[in-house]
Design a protein around this ligand. Sequence first.
Ligand code: NAD
Length: 446
Amino acid sequence: MHLERVAVVGLGYVGLSLSCALASKGFKVIGLDKDYEKVRMIEKGLTPIYEEGLDKVLGEVLDNGNLKLTQSYEEMINWTDICFICVGTPSRPDGSIDLSYVEDASRMIGKCLRNKKKYYLVVVRSTIPPGTTVNVVKKVIEEESGKRLTDYGLCFNPEFLREGKALQDIFNPDRIVIGCLDETSGEALLDFYKSFHGDNVPPVLVTTPTNAELIKYANNAFLAMKISFINMISQLCQNLPGADVKVVAEGIGMDKRIGREFLDAGLGWGGSCFPKDTIGLLKFGESIGVRLPILEATIEVNDSQISNAIALAEKLVGGVYGKNIAVLGLAFKPGTDDVRESRSIRLIEKLLERGARVRVHDPKALEKSREVLKNKVSYASCIEECLQNADLCILATEWSEYKGLKREMLEKLMKHPALLDCRRIYDPREFKGIKFAAIGLGEPSI
Ligand SMILES: NC(=O)c1ccc[n+]([C@@H]2O[C@H](COP(=O)([O-])OP(=O)(O)OC[C@H]3O[C@@H](n4cnc5c(N)ncnc54)[C@H](O)[C@@H]3O)[C@@H](O)[C@H]2O)c1
């Protein structure tokens, strides 16, 4: 089956990156978002998010006509053969997943499929709790379209991209997971990926939608657990003269069964996925009467890393009340301007509660941070301005721009040079002579 014309619903981090990647490989793509401003912005070649290389690809695919934008579901469905649903699935206040955007998109797609004569494949790429493809998406589409599976196709196909490396991950994923109820849908999606990846099709796992949905949640829960594990060890190291979590991580990471990735101690995991997916999985377990104690501990350790960092800051400068604190890094990780559930922002809020005065810097996320932090902090346009007259500098996001920080610079610019490394990017030996502390670093043993 040749599915050439592609629709993407929801043009956020996932949908916009996917649209650009597909269009850059020659597919004819039409992107739809319910946010009018976002659609207008993208049409003008402006990316509403920061992702390396995305603006360039967007410009190219708009120029060559491979990417079009719309707000009409009817136009989108009439014009295409396959549609990827990439809308948000945020947390509700109790932590369970809000499926209303997925439901809305399914309803609109279903309505428009009613008059579609040709086979049409719907692919859900948003992260959804086990059972949602069948109990929500399929149900709604069939109610609205009057069609039954095999008249149309349906798959759940989880997205595993990392923000900051979105395009790279879409072009070279570790694997493709296809969850489908019928063979035709699975084969149609597999054919689609064969035409996208050419000779380099990654390993493919075809399974049920429920397994595929659980694979996505279990995947994120495992990665979050790995980070929380090393953060738990980091708390041990901090109380152990001569211990350093970086070396411990290196040592255990050499074990091929463990691997070095996701063993970087720090402020913990944040962003748009791990926090909502871990709590979402816990809540899903609860809803079917299953407790997930490892996940509970994973979240508990993550939360405790903020108080751990505050305690280190207090100890380093003798209390943060009334102190001028420079915070470097606001994005939840380098390479993105996403500040959703950013650990740095959480840390700043705690510092403010304790009466500190905070000045912040980030190479890409200043604008998005302003929407959250408003006028509670001051904003610096460069590292030097951020450090000026400060009593403490806290490194919160490990942007490469911050790796060149030198002791002399701190001595020259700060009122009282002191550095707290919350992402373990500095060599403590280079900051000898000034106050220095780091997550997971015990006192020198001699
Ligand atoms: N961001 C990531 O790194 C990442 C990675 C893997 C999976 N995911 C999952 O992918 C999904 C999307 O994530 P995101 O970060 O791109 O979200 P996002 O919030 O950046 O974007 C979602 C977009 O969907 C649009 N939208 C919502 N309802 C709509 C509707 N009914 N019709 C049309 N557009 C609609 C919103 O306006 C928004 O632009 C989520 O389920 C997320 O968990 C995200």
